[in-house]
Unconditional design. Structure first.
Length: 118
């Protein structure tokens, strides 16, 4: 998973960035998942068909896609919800690479959410 929420955990971030760098060094393609994950559902009502709560507003989806694709990855897997899929595809079309400062700012914004994995 490569999401700004998950990457707010320092140890997770270190391992994820190391894995991406290793894949790049070995010329291995890297597909990332869960780029628009907001949180585990917990007790909240499910409003999407995903097993995690996805972001469902275009601005947050764009932020998640921009964040993930700003890393040296091959591509991303889309969320498995037909209502959200068009927004993810549009975010991919409108992708804007983030610089290092922007990446840090986006990761900081992820601290307000509950990561899917701890």
């Amino acid at each position: 998973p490569l999401t700004f929420v998950q990457m707010a955990i320092p140890e997770y971030r270190r391992y994820a960035e190391e894995l991406i760098a290793t894949c790049k060094a070995k010329d291995v393609g890297t597909m990332v998942i869960k780029t628009i994950t907001k949180a585990p559902w917990g007790e909240r009502q499910h409003t999407a068909t995903t097993w995690y709560e996805p972001f469902d507003q275009m601005a947050e989806i764009q932020k998640g896609v921009n964040f993930a694709l700003s890393y040296d990855v091959t591509g991303l897997c889309t969320a498995g919800d037909t209502r959200i899929l068009p927004m993810v595809l549009r975010a991919c079309e409108d992708f804007r690479r983030l610089n290092k400062d922007d990446i840090e700012e986006v990761i900081k914004s992820g601290e307000q959410y509950e990561p899917l994995f701890t």
